[in-house]
Design a protein around this ligand. Structure first.
Ligand code: SF4
Length: 368
């Protein structure tokens, strides 16, 4: 069996303990290994791999979009809340392609067919496609709203909503709730650009390209020296666009505040007269347990400071976030998860939330 997984389980610790007590020996700290163990265990108790997958889904809690292959079948499944996206398409030769985002289908020449429904299992075999829906509708839909704000590519469509359009709408809403007197609107590449366009459209302040992303930085042959300024290496300012201007700078989020502080410095060094920061998401107030690398409130600047204090820490003339009540402007009529902004978790919170919980367990077991 081959298995790929996007997401994080919220009951992984309990499932691992149960499996270890029955003799399982884990080789990694990944939730994916737990899912593979459970499907394998269920396969011994039932007549087909898809039945085993369905039974495994009865025990898994949290975020998972899965792709599986057995010698005869290709399968995929999305958790009943639908936290993470999943879709499928077909190439001209009839090859089925499954991906998190629709942009990946186009990249390999496949035509998008549809999103996998929350809770749905799809089985592709020589007999065609079978949709199993026994887990559909069991839970309210809770797609991660941060997929629209940051994770996904703007050329993707998730559950019927284009990511680019969603970001433009967030920018338009920001312009309405946090207007600014300024000469130019720019975005932090890449995920701030679409919202900057929306802000510009709604405010009639001209849109400009003020920051350029260094496209070579990801290449290993110029691995950056850690003493160097990472933000300066990644981003550079087009001085003639910024000089002597009152700038609105749009970004998708502030976690610790260190990166945005450096970007504000870069703009000031380039001669910006004023820098007004607008964020196309609400303040991060709570950790995410569904696959985002924000596991503790300690690292979240908005948990310990007022908006005024954050503005002064990052050196901005003003700061405005998308209000949590306005998230619905991004994805109207969509059930979504917004727990990192409002603390309303759709599932139980994991019993052990430490990032290194499984490493600790492995070393504990080795010591015994
Ligand atoms: S907690 Fe935030 S980042 Fe995590 S799944 Fe929910 S909306 Fe997405």
């Amino acid at each position: 069996m081959a298995l790929a997984h996007n997401g994080n389980l919220s009951n992984a610790s309990e499932l691992r303990s149960e499996l270890e007590l029955s003799g399982a020996i884990f080789h990694t700290t990944s939730d994916t290994e737990t899912i593979a163990y459970i499907i394998t265990r269920e396969r011994l108790r039932t007549t087909s791999i898809e039945n085993a997958l369905s039974r495994a889904m009865d025990t898994l809690d949290g975020a998972y979009s899965l792709v599986l292959m057995s010698p005869q079948k290709l399968m995929c499944a999305r958790d009943p809340h639908g936290f993470r996206p999943l879709c499928f398409g077909r190439t001209r030769d009839g090859v089925i392609v499954i991906a998190s985002e629709s942009c990946a289908l186009r990249a390999v020449g496949a035509e998008f067919i549809r999103d996998v429904e929350p809770g749905e299992i799809l089985v592709f075999s020589k007999d065609g496609m079978e949709s199993r829906r026994e887990h559909c509708g069991k839970q309210p839909k809770r797609l991660c709203v941060f997929e629209y704000i940051y994770f996904a590519r703007p050329d993707s469509t998730i559950d019927g909503i284009g990511v680019h359009e969603a970001r433009v709408r967030a920018g338009e809403t920001l312009a309405a709730v946090h207007p600014a007197s300024a000469d130019i609107v720019i975005g932090v590449p890449d995920s701030g650009l679409d919202a900057a366009l929306g802000f510009s459209k709604a405010s009639n302040i001209p849109y400009g390209i003020g920051l350029i992303k260094n496209k070579y930085i990801g290449r290993t042959f110029i691995a950056p020296d850690h003493r160097m300024d990472q933000v300066k290496l990644k981003l550079s300012v087009i001085e003639e666009v910024i000089h002597d201007k009152r700038v609105v700078l749009i970004d998708d989020s502030i976690v610790r505040g260190t990166t945005i502080r450096r970007i504000v410095d870069l703009l000031r060094d380039a001669g910006a007269k004023e820098v007004h920061i607008r964020i196309s998401a609400p303040p991060f107030m709570f950790p995410c347990y569904y696959g985002t690398d924000i596991n503790s409130q300690d690292n979240l600047v908005a948990c310990h400071n007022t908006i005024k204090e954050i503005a002064s820490m990052i050196g901005a003339d003003s700061l405005g976030y998308l209000p949590v009540e306005q998230l619905c402007s991004i994805a109207p009529d969509h059930g979504y998860c917004s727990a990192c902004f409002d603390g309303k978790y759709p599932t139980r919170i994991p019993s052990d939330t430490r990032k290194d919980r499984f490493e600790r367990r492995l070393s504990e077991i080795k010591r015994r």
